[in-house]
Ligand binder design. Sequence first.
Ligand code: DPP
Ligand code: ZN
Length: 873
Amino acid sequence: PQAIYLSDYRPPAYTVDKTELTFDLDPAATRVRARLHMQRHPEHDAQSALTLYGHGLTTERIAIDGQTLLESEYRIEDEQLVIDRVPAAFVLDTEVVIDPSNNTALEGLYVSGPIFCTQCEPEGFRRITWYPDRPDVMAVFTTTVIGDQQSQPVLLSNGNPTERGELPNGRHFVTWEDPHPKPSYLFALVAGSLECVRDSFTTMSGREVALELWVEAQNLEKTDWAMASLKRAMTWDEQAYGREYDLDLFMIVAVDDFNMGAMENKGLNIFNSAAVLANPQTTTDAAFQRIEGIVAHEYFHNWSGNRVTCRDWFQLALKEGFTVFRDQSFSSDINSAPVKRIEDAALMRTLQFAEDAGPTAHPVRPDHFIEISNFYTLTIYEKGAEIVRMLSNLLGEETFRRGSDLYFERFDGQAVRVEDFVDVMAEVSGEDLTQFMRWYAQAGTPQLTARSDYSDEQRQLTLTVTQQTPPTLGQEDKQPLHVPVRMGLLSAEGQPIELVINGEALGTDTVLHLREAEQRWVFDNVDEGAVPSLLRGFSAPVRLDYPWSRDELSHLMRFDEDGFNRWDATQRLALIAIEEMMVAHQRGELMALDARLIEAFRHLLREPTDDKAVLAEMLRLPSEAWIAEQQSRVDIDAIHGARRAAIEQLADNLFAEFESVYHANQQTDAYAPTPEQIASRSLKNVALSYLVANGEPEALNMARAQYEADHNMTDVRAALTLLAHSDRADLGDPAIRAFGERWAHDSLVMDQWFATQVTRPQADALERVRFLMQHPAFSIKNPNRVRALIGAFTQQNRVNFHRLDGEGYRLLADVVIELNRLNPEIAARMIVPLTRYHRLDEQRQKLMRGELERIRGEKLSRNVYEVVEKALA
Ligand code: DPP
Ligand code: ZN
């Protein structure tokens, strides 16, 4: 497989103004007729051949301006159809046959259970018909779908339905017209027996939009939340960005087999059922919030992605980074803002930083790739969003909004680049963003090192900050970035200090602009004992090293005005304590938890100053993944052992406190996924997890009672997890059995059941995975099942995945080899934990590389090939 380079970009030789499609649906042999109205691009001449992409198509006819071509008049090679000589403007007709029923890659047109559906981003459209399948070719689409009246009563595509009718042999058709020019990746088709939930929305200019949510009949009781979320998102986008919906109809469809979370096809969003269906009995609070965020995300794409799209796939972060930033802002506005920030920053600091430090590290705008599907990553999405957030903070909300207005206005209907977005922001603000652009080009996480120096005589505090971005594959030397560092100083009494630099008063909170490799700031009028609070709100996606003492961290935990940094101080204090215990673990000594952490927690529990949502986050110890991120050599067992011991000792020392928090947060109201209720449940269930860790039978009985009370899935799942992860098989096994029987009919709940079992810390977890892979509810062809069973085990059960006998690695390699044939996109995602071996001990490194070599011996898809080659480089 060959890499494709950004620097090789050329406009397409021929573009399409109008695309007319006819689908004659049949599971094993769907006939697709395409009529493309094409034109030569002004930058090309008559010598330029016409090149179209196609994958797995049985071609029956190709005609230009009504003349069927002879086989000698075109070539098909390497998934390309080449016609050497074509007129400057012409109509191309093609007719192909495809097989949706055997499409296990879930790209293009495929069947999910009884439903026909499509996934075309990034390059699935070429599995449907011959086409210049690239985002800079934008056409108006007319689509006629012909299906069986009985099995496909519903026939959907983009835009508005303009015609429908009956045909012979029990067939019928619907024609759809989408007036907005769009790239092929936004094409969608759905057909099958679906039920519709209808609602409507009046836009700010007074237009009435019909909203339709299409699901299989058994899911009708799970649609309220997504519909409500959609309306909230539509309102928010009008208020926050002045963006109004542009068609008369907006449809969402839920399907069970889907590689990603959801897809923003114009007017017809297709969702993984896990990212849209919800009700209190089956869905946890976290899933409710995730669904709300994804519904909003896909809706927001209508402007940031569809109206203004990407010139080429190297620009993927242009639409994803901006749209994630938009959905984060939306969620933050309607839920707990500090908790949303904590969650997003934690995701960055654990998983994105790990990606940025691993073999698949890449810039937010990559400059080459082998398989673009491999680049739907945390770096593109989450780091991409952090860059937009930095811009917004740098410019201020109002200027940023003026910039986004101008961006939408200027580039409406166009396929553009990251530069276009940043240039507009520079234009409206007058800022020079040249250095800032490096954020898009350089891979790796910048390391900031800050030191302070206090002068008694001058009453001055000098803060020195250095930055350095580590080398990544193919990028040895990095330039300094423009890093906004939001900060403040706390007095010894815990008061915010007025910041004064060079006689200029800056208030108690300011942003330092770090642009050099090393920079220094001198604060005047500072009394002794001041404590810096740095990188407030996670103001830049960087690692920060500062030598805070434990007392200083306790001080920040209590007094920092920034909620995010209060949480961060707690994490850092806990990390120091856990690292100490890791050393004891390695020496085989007793692991004693630092009393200061216990006292800090006691204080949090007795005199909570924070809202419950933040408090619950502060009470969660750093995850194993984040602890691992801080180590130059990762000791899997020490991390797990020390963290576990820390939880137990907190539980032993603070049992009464946790117990009273648990009881104080019981709810009697009917379940609702409101921020207040979610916060209470979160706090209550953290408390319960500590109580159970203490090992008292009484606590396990509380968990069992909560499980049996059966109030809502959040409480049930929390209790079930504690029972199933305890050593008490007499409690865990019956609960698991009962749950599995009760929910056997609901695949989304069964996913939770799978994940709960395979994340057990006990040594039998891996055997359970192998056993559950035989369960009738499991199917390797369904991405959600694979994520619930294999993904949960390999990503959330580190001690067992990294078993020293190598069985965890072998299991994953077996699965990847099978998926490589069935669904390369999912295979390439699942393999990732196996590529993260560089900081592990030699024995594990050897085992992991061995399994990667075994995979390399197979006939690999482009997707898996690219990841394996990088991992073994
Ligand atoms: N473009 C989609 C999304 O991020 C991914 N398929 O919403
Ligand atoms: Zn997106």
